[in-house]
Write a new protein. Structure first.
Length: 161
């Protein structure tokens, strides 16, 4: 796969935006690694790296404070839709997320949004099942102490943006 044009699609709120400022650092048939600055800067979140695991349906991101300190790891459960003719990859957020804090605390968030999206029909039953199965696999990796298998592509980079 050539480095595609990346889009982020969200279900809540319904939006699809180009990630035109993200820098693709690596692109293979299995993963894409990017560096980025926050689209909507927050008090803490300034910049980071993301690794899109194309076969697993997850995106693992390392979030940094402005001064380069680790804020946390953020894992999105996602779906991918690639259009070879346009070389566009649309990454759809399937709502369930996992946050891993520097102290080791693990937090699963946004599960209520799965119900909201299902009820509003912006998420199909099949997509809900896929999201929950991917979430379960990710949590199994985390609880088995193997999360580092997802962080290696980012950790191997030299320094933050």
């Amino acid at each position: 796969m050539n480095s595609p044009i990346l889009y982020r699609r969200r279900l809540i709120p319904d939006e699809c935006i180009p990630l035109k400022d993200d820098i693709i650092l690596e692109c293979t048939s299995e993963r894409i690694v990017t560096s980025w600055k926050a689209l909507r800067p927050k008090k803490d979140l300034h910049h980071g790296y993301s690794c899109y695991f194309l076969r697993e349906g997850i995106k693992v991101s390392k979030f940094y404070y402005e001064d380069g300190r680790l804020l946390y790891w953020y894992c999105d459960i996602v779906d991918y839709d690639y259009s070879p003719s346009d070389n566009i990859l649309i990454v759809t957020d399937l709502l369930a997320d996992v946050i891993l804090y520097p102290d080791g605390f693990v937090k699963v968030v946004d599960l209520d949004e799965l119900v909201t999206a299902l009820e509003s029909r912006s998420l199909s039953l099949d997509a809900l099942k896929s999201s929950l199965l991917r979430l379960n696999r990710l949590l199994a990796v985390i609880y088995a102490g193997r999360f580092h298998t997802y962080t290696v592509p980012i950790e191997n980079l030299e320094s933050p943006v």
